[in-house]
Design a protein around this ligand. Sequence first.
Ligand SMILES: Cc1ncc(COP(=O)(O)O)c(C=O)c1O
Length: 382
Amino acid sequence: MNIPFNRPSYDETEAMAVADVVRSGAIVGDGAWTQRATEELKRQLGAEHVLLTPSCTHALELAIMTLNLRGADEVIVPSFAYPSSAACVLRGGGRLVFADIRADTLSLDPGDFRRRITPKTKVVIPLNYAGITADMNELCAVAHEHAITVIEDAAQGMASFYHGRPAGTIGDIGNLSFHETKNYSTGEGGAFITNDPDIAARAEIIREKGTNRGDFVRGLTDKYVWITPGSSLLPPDTMGALLLSQLAKRKWIQATRKRIYEDYVHTLTPLAERGELTLPTIPPGSESNHHIFHVLMRDAEACDRAIVFFQERGISVTRHYQPLHLSPMGLGMGYQPGALPVTESLYNRLLRLPIYPTLTQAEQEHVIHTMLLFFDPAEARQ
Ligand SMILES: Cc1ncc(COP(=O)(O)O)c(C=O)c1O
C-alpha cells in the first residue's frame, strides 16, 4: 500500500469547471468565475473585502505593500512559520523580528510578542497553525494598544473559527492559501481579506499594477492611469472556477477531515498516556478545520526513526517548518541557536500524518497500525 502525504480532492466537477472557463475564451483575471468565487468566499467568511491572488505568498506581499513600511519599521513574525510569512516583510521594506511560540498550539506566544515590541514595531504577523487560530484576542489587544497592524496569516485556516469568527477575518488584514496541500485547493492560489475600506482601496490599486483599473472597470473613469508602485497580483479566471467547485464541497471536506482527525486522536491516546508522544491541542474557543494532524515525538531521533519506519511501509509522513531564525537567511541576519527556546525544542520532534478527505479507512488503519508497531512491535501484532 502506498499512502501519499497529500491528495487533493478534485473530481469531474473541477475538470468541467476549468473546461467551461477555457471554452468561454476568457481566462483573464477578475473574470466572471473570479467574481463569483470572490462573492462566495465573502459570504462564507462574512468579510467585507476579498481579493483573490495567485498564492497566499502574494496575498502576504500585497498586505505588507498596503502598509507603506520604511526601512527601520519592525515586523514581528513567529520563527515557526513558512518562509513567505517572513519574506513579505523584506519585500515590503521592513525589518524582521522573530518571536517564539506557545508550546501547546505552536502559534505566536503573546508574552514573547509583547516583550519584543519597540517604538519601531509597526506590524505583527501571527499565524494559524494546523487550523488553530493564534490567541487573537490577546494579540490584537496588545497590538492595538501600541498602534501595531495585525496581519493574520491564515494560509492554513480556511473553515476554522476563533470564538465564532472565521480565521482570516480577525486581524486588520488576513490571508488564505489555496495551495494544492490545503483544505480547499486550486493548485496555487490565495486570498487577501480585510474589513477596512482604506486598506481595501489601496490593495485594489496595488494588485492592478498600481493603477485605478478597478474604477475603470466599474465605469467610474474613461481610462486608467498609474497611481502608485504596484504589481500584477490577479490569478487567471480558472482559479475562480476551481475555488467555486472546492468551496461547494465544504461540508464533505470538513466532515471527513474531522472524522479522520478524531480517529487518530482516539487510537493514539494510549501512546500519549504512556508518554511516547504528545497529541495536538485544540484550545477552548477554537474550532479547528483539521488541516493538519501532527504529534510531537519524545525527541528528534525518535522522529527521524519514525519517518524512515513509515517510509519503509509505503507511508509518507513529514516534519514541518524549519525555524526561520535558524535558516541561512535567519543566521545571515545575526540570529543564533538558543534565541527562541520553545521553537527550537519542538520543531524537530513534530511529525505530520496523512489527513485528507480521500484517505480511505483501510489507508488510515495502515497508518495507525504502523504507528502502534513503531512503539510496540509485540502489541501491534496481536
Ligand atoms: C503559514 C503559511 N503562510 C504562507 C504560506 C504560503 O502559501 P502559498 O503556498 O499559497 O503561497 C504557507 C504555505 O503553506 C503557510 O503555511
